[in-house]
Design a protein around this ligand. Structure first.
Ligand SMILES: [Cu+2]
Length: 483
């Protein structure tokens, strides 16, 4: 099967019927599929005919956000919410999102993971000029393929001020069965203004190169560990959990106490179900998992970061059990042991036949803190640059490809930090799965990915650690015409 099957950018049905605002009504983390008596599931949104257009309004604005028990913080948010409102549509519907910018500076919105038409990709000065203060911009594209995606500002450090949200494209027919579903958005929380790491004013990190922004906590659906979100289940149910990581810089180890998880989708694309005790999820990645509720009680859901902060927490609570909360401080066993998901465990459904690449790029990922005598950073003596083949974007040569080619990118990580590399506009094959973001682990970790050049334009390919991206770890992929 041709990989192009996954890539739909057809602009059809322009005369489609416009419906009213269709933000999901059930609110965050409480998406619930009504259970029928026979146990089968119903769609959680009304399905329109093909050609339905969903109209969404997003306002990017300065807002006050209360983190339970920790106080109120000024953040830049979509519609005053953190994370932003869940946008939920059906596969094949058109999405028309009117973004109004009420921020004191320009902005853009990127529809992370959706292989849409290049002008809708939301990368400032690459696919569009920034939306100015007080201006609006209409993004319109076909919501395909199905999967768990996210949207976020792609302008500077804005996503770490809070401009992130989940985007769910429901399958017409899923390869799995389940009784209800929840969306879990994992975020690191920065109370102040994000600045480049390594600069004199950043206040984050330490002297030895493991640089971390000054996050004060990790949240699941906007809630801190001491006031966690609660996800209800009943014994015997099967729950679909959509894990979405729009964090600025945090890779998590995710697990649920007393329950293995069965991975069913990687970056929204279906895989053969595979059961594990824990998985890593990096900025930009999404995993859908199934949880079989066969162990009544109240269990910790946790995401352990790759830094010193306490794990993000939530609660899996059986409504037919007397326990309301896990034991104080209890963490899932999967955070320290058990079977950890490896990419090689997964096999995508309907995988295309591998094709011999027409073009291969070898990319060395490097960088980190530069000491005195090295390159000066914006803050003074210490600075940080993150490089691909020695170049820091935007002072970096585009990767030039031609339409129709199979392109291979081989990455070697020569640095001491992992890099979740994300490609715009295309899915790629890595191992036996189709993804759009993949972690290149530290110390000569290497990854080889293949994609088909079937979506012309200028596309960003970058590390999804915001601080690495802003310090140069990105390249443009540019389609050049065939002579
Ligand atoms: Cu990185």
């Amino acid at each position: 099967m041709d990989r192009r099957k996954f890539i739909h950018v057809a602009f059809t049905n322009l005369g489609a019927l416009a419906l009213g605002p269709q933000l999901s009504s059930a609110g965050f983390g409480v998406q619930e599929r009504p259970q029928q008596e026979n146990g089968t599931r119903q769609p959680s949104s009304s399905s329109g005919p093909m050609g339905t257009t969903r109209e969404i309004d997003l306002v990017a604005e300065v807002a006050q956000f209360e983190v339970a028990s920790r106080g109120v913080f000024e953040r830049w948010l979509y519609n005053g919410q953190f994370p932003g409102p869940e946008i939920r549509v059906q596969e094949g519907e058109r999405l028309r999102v009117t973004v109004k910018n009420m921020l004191p500076e320009g902005t853009t919105v990127h529809w992370h993971g959706i292989p849409l038409h290049n002008p809708m990709d939301g990368v400032p000065d690459v696919t569009q000029p920034p939306i100015g203060t007080g201006e609006t911009f209409v993004y319109e594209f076909e919501a395909a393929p199905s999967g768990s995606f996210m949207y976020h500002s792609h302008f500077g450090f804005q996503s770490d001020r809070g401009l992130v949200g989940p985007l769910i494209v429901e399958e017409k027919k899923a390869h799995i069965d389940y009784d209800r579903e929840y969306t879990l958005v994992l975020t690191d929380f920065l109370p102040g203004v994000p600045v480049p790491l390594g600069s004199a004013t950043s206040g984050g990190g330490n002297a030895m190169g493991m640089q971390v922004p000054p996050y004060v906590g990790l949240l699941i659906n906007g809630r801190p560990p001491e006031a966690p979100a609660v996800f209800s289940v009943k014994t015997g149910e099967r729950v679909r959990v959509r894990l979405i990581n729009p964090s600025g810089a945090t890779i998590y180890r995710f697990a649920i106490g007393g329950h293995p998880v069965t991975v069913t989708h990687a970056d929204g694309r279906p895989v053969e179900p595979f059961k594990v005790d824990a998985l890593h999820i990096a900025p930009g990645e999404r995993y859908d998992v199934l949880v079989d509720a066969r162990n009544p009680g109240a269990w910790p859901i946790a995401a352990q970061p790759d830094n010193d902060l306490p794990p993000a927490r939530a609660i899996l609570r059986y409504t037919d059990s007397n326990e309301l909360s896990p034991r104080e401080g209890a963490l899932p066993e999967g955070l320290t042991g058990g079977r950890m998901l490896q990419l090689a465990d997964l096999r995508g459904l309907n995988l295309p036949e591998p094709r011999k690449p027409n073009r291969t790029f070898n990319l060395a990922l490097s960088g980190g803190m530069r000491g005195p005598g090295g390159m000066m950073g914006p803050g003074g003596m210490m600075g940080t640059e993150w490089l691909i083949n020695g170049q820091a974007y935007p002072n970096a040569a585009p990767l030039e490809i031609r339409q129709g080619e199979t392109v291979r990118i081989r990455m070697l990580n020569q640095s001491a930090m992992p890099h979740p590399m994300h490609m715009h506009g295309h899915f790629f094959r890595v191992g036996n799965v189709i993804k759009d973001t993949t972690i290149v682990w530290t110390h000569t970790g290497h990854v080889e990915l293949d994609f088909i050049a079937n979506n012309p334009g200028n596309w960003f390919f970058h590390c999804h650690n915001l601080y690495h991206m802003e310090a140069g770890m990105g390249r443009l992929i540019r389609y050049v015409s065939t002579e």
